[in-house]
Design a protein around this ligand. Structure first.
Ligand code: CP
Length: 315
């Protein structure tokens, strides 16, 4: 595997899952693979899980890691070509990226959607510059449109917990006070489409995800109807794609609560975290035995290690 940006980068989906199960069973069995290799993690945005789990995954493989929080520790980076750089950004990505690449063997990069221009975000301008100029493999730690490390962990969690071959998996929009990117939802749909699961997406009108991610995935606008018989409920807020970056609704009737969970087939509750309690999900649901958010977050370490292992083995 050269880069890890989307599920399409994985040469063999089933094999990747096997690698994740193997790594979970024996996290230190491959500590020779990363000897004398360095992973640089570049953050343009905040993180708890991605930062720690990816570093831990690299350490399990014997890699060294270096972290740069661009907006706090580094020079502000210009990304547009051909601009007169007389503003507040003293360094261009055109130099910064190959310089970073010269210090390491793999780069992880987190760069969220900016919500200024839909096309800029959906073209993944920052990630693609890293792919073009770094000279080393790139791992997306959440781009503008996808969060593959999260989706890989979500998949592993469902595989560990499912009690039937084709569980009903429901991705539900939930309210939030801030405009959040569509990356987790897009990516979750993209990964679920590679499985045999029954996938249903539920959200208020106006929150339709980009057609290139949804394809023919079923949309059910009635959240309660969508929850009926579900085996997994995955809650996530996202801002509108159609009215790009806008918050169209903060309707608390979409909060996942015990009454709605009672409609399911004793479903597990999933969320990528961080989550706003009693906005996205009630305390009762997230504190219940059916909540698997911590297992999901732990699996971030496992699947980050699987992704790094597949890249190291291809180098
Ligand atoms: N789920 C996730 O990516 O968490 P962080 O934003 O804390 O990394």
């Amino acid at each position: 595997m050269k880069n890890f940006i989307s599920v399409k980068d994985i040469p063999n989906f089933k094999k990747a899952l096997e690698v994740a199960f193997d790594v979970k069973k024996s996290p230190h069995a491959y500590s020779h693979l990363g000897k004398n290799k360095t992973l640089v993690l570049i953050f343009f945005n905040s993180s708890l899980r991605t930062r720690l789990s990816t570093q831990k995954a690299a350490m399990n493989l014997g890699m060294n890691t270096m972290v740069l929080n661009v907006n706090e520790d580094g020079w502000q980076l210009e990304s547009e070509l051909g601009v007169v750089m007389d503003g507040d950004k003293p360094e261009h990505m055109r130099e910064a990226i190959p310089v970073i690449g010269s210090y390491c063997d793999i780069i992880g990069i987190r760069s969220f959607a900016k919500f200024q221009d839909k096309e800029d975000d959906y073209q993944e301008k920052i990630l693609n510059q890293f792919i073009e100029y770094a000279g080393v493999p790139i791992v997306s730690m959440e781009g503008a449109t996808r969060h593959p490390l999260q989706s890989f962990a979500d998949l592993l969690t469902i595989e560990e917990l499912k009690s039937k071959p084709k569980p009903k998996v429901v991705l539900t929009w939930a309210p939030h006070p801030r405009a959040l990117p569509q990356a987790v939802a897009n990516s979750f749909v993209e990964w679920m489409k590679e499985t045999d699961y029954e996938l249903v997406v539920t959200h208020p009108e106006g929150y339709e995800l980009a057609p290139e991610f949804m394809g023919d995935v079923k949309v059910e606008y009635d959240q309660k109807k969508a929850f009926e018989g579900a085996d997994f409920i995955y809650a996530k807020n996202w801002a509108s794609y159609i009215s790009y970056g806008q918050i169209l609704s903060k309707d608390f009737s979409w909060t996942v609560d015990a009454e709605k969970m009672a409609l399911t087939n004793n479903a597990k509750f999933m969320h990528c975290l961080p989550v706003r309690r009693n906005v996205v999900v009630s305390d009762e649901v997230i504190d219940s035995p059916n909540s698997v958010v911590v297992q999901q977050a732990h699996n971030r370490e496992v699947t980050a290690q699987a992704a790094l292992k597949m890249i190291l083995e291809s180098k």
